[in-house]
Design a protein around this ligand. Structure first.
Ligand code: ATP
Ligand code: MG
Length: 790
């Protein structure tokens, strides 16, 4: 069997081989994407095992995600030719720390069976702490405190170590509340995610004997993606590595993308200082991507000032250039990518056939996924979302959908339970129990139970007032939802005062279901809850909510939408078979795919608005590294796209192509012709006229201007030497439409695809004021209006 002791070494280049065979002392492998760092790291593990330098359980090997840990185990198994058993210390920082903490919990005042709180529990506990201190949680939300504490934990600051410079945090109370929170956690025999690492670091720092035991035990330490370690992780590693100093870290400063979560790229740059005599290996040959793809990635990352600067080369010449395409809007982008994927699957486009498993869509922001998920479900293209829930499974989406569900069907008790105290309305378990009892007593849904409880004054205080508002709101919205379905009013006139609608607040005009959805989220306080939330993921949640409202556009009413989602969710039974992967750029780190789609390259989305608003280059450079990570995931085919318009809350927002597009090297990019109009898809945008009220004019102007924007012009100029790029046909239609506006006259009878028939009672540029027969007076965009007799 051991005729050739180390076949895995044959697959390595000399530099990799050196990193694998130099087992003693610190080794740093600092090299660009796709140069085989992870491959070398796994080979090193195989080598340790084969040469008998370490037993499987003496190797500590840290990866960033569970997926990466699993893959590493598989890769080692493949190298060795048999499955790897008994490597308990191969995993993520968190999974390894849980094991360590269970063994030594008592040293930080916990029992071995401590529980790990999830974010919801963490927030609940922080709320209690805040309340116990008589702090107004509205002004000083628990989520903000939780973000702060997570941050401090990432920096390895226990409450007594938070520096004085942080004293003003959370209204000067941050440190003190942090200390109380830690005490509460201990009383509950619980810890949060950040504690897993922090507690272990504390144990190591305070108990030299324990530390020594592990320093001796872990003969070899290996770390992948070292550029993204935060301070706590770094301290943890440094403490452990001080024993044998056989630590091998691999990373790429150009791929440091977790600065926003406390990662310090400085850790990798400091390695040689921390570990004197460290052997540094640099790898320059990229084995993953074609020359075109590599050139594109290198050209973009060159825009960063703060980098070590590495050049990569590849033997893989030829192949397709990086493809760049602009679309009219995000829906069209999704549609086009869906078609491209199917084409690639069939092996058209002059290339070999790609399996769905070979293709990935990498987005900057998770809300971008919705358009793809909807599209792929419609055309039956199997997909998986990696590193997070699918769009409709997200917490905020399920909350919002619970509002929609309850409003469409007030007997949906599950929906009621989910949202009656979300956002907080002071309706704790006790109040909710009362509602349950009342409802059961009368055999009615919870919403009606709540109404009866209020009528009988069996609930009092602040909670009662808030419950009353909530019930009123749901009933009012329910009535609107019924109108939208064309159902008769449900206002009850019977003697008991179960009035389902407040007649003092007549519904003066018809509202669209999108308007209703937006109103619900706003007036219920749900949107505000996330606006006040200072957690780094809250902006993403707000984006998802906007995206949800946008998704409603393709449906006539809430009920139709809910049915659609129910069917989607039902389809979700885990079938095996090939699937396209959808994930964020952050989740794609370390992975590779033959074909990669990078949609949404627009200023404000990618780079993110926040990074553009920031003073200094830090945020923008992190975005650029993210672009580099994205492009370098591709092996053979890389397609970058952007949309000229995204609809946000039913409003068109025009966007300029990402500044990163300017940084792509002409010689390696092919600009594709946008496909133009796909029948009818834009019709739903007509709602924007009735939806947002005032800004129709600006919006239309913006639409027209996109194609005069410098970014678009640049693209056209560039492409004139290559293929000719025509403007999307849709935009040419737009121009015609703009001229056609004047064709309407006062008093003319028209038809609008959403609001039906009406008469023009006002003309303002491209906006028309129309008295609709059914919907009342509305301002709409002329483009979506047709003369009634045509
Ligand atoms: P990233 O920075 O993206 O994490 P990486 O440096 O970890 O990239 P790997 O994932 O290890 O790179 O390798 C990239 C690809 O190149 C893999 O498909 C790997 O199998 C292949 N590869 C690595 N080294 C060699 C080699 N010496 N010969 C042939 N193929 C190699
Ligand atoms: Mg890697």
């Amino acid at each position: 069997m051991a005729a050739r002791p180390a076949p895995y070494l044959d697959d390595l280049n000399p530099a990799q081989r050196e990193a694998v065979e130099r087992l003693d002392g610190p080794v740093l492998m600092l090299a660009g994407a796709g140069t085989g760092k992870t491959k070398a790291l796994t080979s090193r593990i195989a080598h340790l095992l084969t040469t008998g330098r370490a037993r499987p359980n003496e190797i500590l090997s840290v990866t960033f995600t569970n997926k990466a840990a699993r893959e590493m185990k598989e890769r080692v198994g493949r190298l060795l030719g048999h499955a790897v058993e008994g490597m308990p210390w191969m995993g993520t920082f968190h999974s390894i720390c849980v094991k360590l903490l269970r063994r030594h919990a008592e040293l930080v005042g916990l029992k071995t069976n401590f529980t790990i709180l999830d974010t919801d529990d963490q927030i609940r506990l922080l709320k209690q702490v805040i309340a116990a201190n008589n702090i107004d949680e509205k002004r000083w939300p628990a989520r903000q405190l939780s973000g702060l504490i997570d941050n401090w934990k990432n920096r390895a600051w226990t409450p007594d170590r938070v520096p004085a410079s942080e004293a003003s945090a959370f209204n000067n109370r941050g440190t003190e509340l942090y200390a109380q929170y830690q005490t509460r956690l201990r009383e509950l025999n619980a810890c949060d995610f950040g504690d897993l690492l922090l507690h272990v670091v504390t144990i190591f720092q305070q108990h030299a004997d324990v530390l020594e035991q592990y320093q001796r035990w872990f003969r070899f330490i290996l770390v992948d993606e070292y550029q993204d370690t935060n301070v706590a992780q770094y301290l943890w590693l440094r403490l452990l590595a001080q024993g044998h100093t056989n630590i091998c870290c691999v990373g790429d400063d150009d791929q440091s993308i977790y600065g926003w979560r406390g990662a310090e790229v400085g850790n990798i740059l400091r390695f040689e200082k921390d570990f004197p005599g460290a052997h540094v290996v640099r790898l320059e040959q990229n084995y993953r991507s074609t020359a075109h793809i590599l050139a594109a990635a290198s050209s973009v990352i060159r825009g960063n000032e703060n980098r070590l600067g590495k050049e990569l080369w590849t033997e893989a010449q030829g192949g397709e250039k990086v493809r760049l395409i602009g679309h009219w809007d995000g829906e069209e982008e999704a549609r086009w990518i869906g078609e491209e994927i199917e084409a690639a699957q069939r092996g058209s486009r002059g290339m070999h056939a790609f399996s769905l498993d070979d293709m990935a869509i990498l987005v900057r922001a998770s809300h971008q996924m919705r358009a793809f998920e909807d599209r792929f479900l419609t055309i039956g293209l199997p997909y998986r979302v990696i590193g997070g829930p699918r769009f409709y499974e997200r917490l905020e989406i399920r909350d919002a959908m619970a509002y929609f569900r309850l409003v469409v069907s007030p007997e949906d008790d599950l929906a009621f339970e989910r949202i009656v105290n979300t956002p907080k309305r002071g309706l704790g378990d006790k109040a909710q129990q009362k509602i349950q009892l009342k409802a059961r007593e009368h055999g009615v849904p919870l919403l009606v139970g709540a109404r009866l409880l209020l009528r009988d004054k069996e609930i009092t205080g602040k909670g009662a007032a808030k419950l009353a508002t909530f019930v009123d709101q749901i009933e009012r919205w329910h009535e609107i939802a019924r109108q939208q379905l064309g159902l008769p009013s449900e206002v009850q006139q019977d003697d008991d005062d179960l009035v389902l609608i407040d007649e003092d607040k007549p519904l003066s005009r018809a509202v669209s279901h999108m308007e209703l959805a937006e109103t619900m989220l706003d007036e219920s306080g749900y949107t505000e809850m996330w606006q006040l939330d200072k957690n780094p993921d809250s902006p993403g949640r707000l984006e998802n909510l906007k995206e949800l409202v946008k998704a409603l556009e393709s449906f006539d009413n809430l009920q139709g939408f809910l049915e659609h989602v129910a069917l989607i969710m039902d389809n979700e039974t885990e079938e095996t078979g090939a699937k396209v992967s959808i994930m964020t750029l952050h989740a794609a780190k370390g992975l590779e795919f033959p074909a990669v789609f990078l949609p949404g390259w627009e200023d404000g989305l990618f780079p993110s608005q926040r990074s553009m608003d920031e003073s200094g280059l830090k945020g923008l450079e992190e975005e650029r590294r993210l672009a580099y990570v994205g492009i370098t995931r591709a092996e053979e085919l890389c397609t970058i796209s952007f949309a000229a318009n995204r609809r946000v809350f039913g409003q068109w927002q025009s966007a300029l192509p990402s500044r990163f597009i300017d940084e792509l090297p002409e010689a390696h990019v092919e600009i594709l012709t946008p496909p133009g109009l796909y029948g009818g898809g834009y019709g739903a945008a007509g709602m924007s006229g009735g939806f947002g009220g005032g800004s129709g004019l600006e919006t239309r102007a913006a639409e027209a201007n996109v194609y005069n924007s410098p970014g678009w012009k640049r693209l056209q100029e560039r492409s004139s030497s290559a293929r000719s790029v025509s403007q999307p046909r849709e935009s040419r239609n737009t121009v015609i439409d703009l001229q056609a506006v004047s064709a309407f006259e006062m008093g003319e009878r028209i038809f609008h695809q959403k609001f039906g028939y009406g008469e023009i009672i006002g003309l303002e540029g491209d906006k028309l004021e129309i008295d609709f027969e059914k919907a009342g007076v509305k301002k709409v965009v002329a483009r979506f209006v047709a003369a009634a007799d045509s």
